[in-house]
Write a protein that binds this ligand. Structure first.
Ligand SMILES: [Zn+2]
Length: 139
């Protein structure tokens, strides 16, 4: 996804900062950790249904599906822009999705970014040399 970005595009450093901040906040509030199996309001229709192809009018979908469908459908606004607010929403969905995936074994890598939370690690490590790495102990 990030391969087509021009050099100096602000998406990578802002994404790095946003996910890092989310992971740091979750250190103090592990009960707020986003989990893939959580059922959340459909991001596409905002729980309105009305023929929504994403949730099939069920209004709620698994968090992992909500994030992946939303980025698949709207991720292009992160690179090329869109209507006011569209890029912000897509950015936040992507950052939240990366935060969620950082808790799973092996973490998540997106372009030069890698986020991973390991329970046995006891401090925050943040390297800025590519590939960047954020390691957070959730306790
Ligand atoms: Zn829906």
């Amino acid at each position: 996804m990030l391969d087509g970005l021009p050099a100096g595009h602000p998406l990578i450093p802002t994404l790095e900062m946003a996910v890092t901040l989310r992971l740091l906040m979750l250190q103090d509030h592990p009960e707020r950790r986003p989990k893939a199996e959580d059922m959340i309001l459909c991001l596409e229709c905002q729980g309105q249904g009305k023929g929504c192809a994403t949730c099939g009018d069920h209004l709620y979908v698994r968090r992992s599906e909500a994030y992946s469908f939303y980025i698949a459908a709207h991720g292009d606004v992160l690179m090329y822009g869109g209507k006011p607010g569209q890029a912000a929403k897509a950015f936040n969905v992507l950052a939240e999705g990366l935060t969620m995936m950082a808790y799973y074994p092996g973490g998540v890598t997106l372009g030069p970014l890698h986020f991973e939370v390991k329970p046995e690690w006891t401090r925050v490590v943040h390297k800025t040399e590519p590939p960047s790495k954020v390691i957070v102990n959730p306790c």
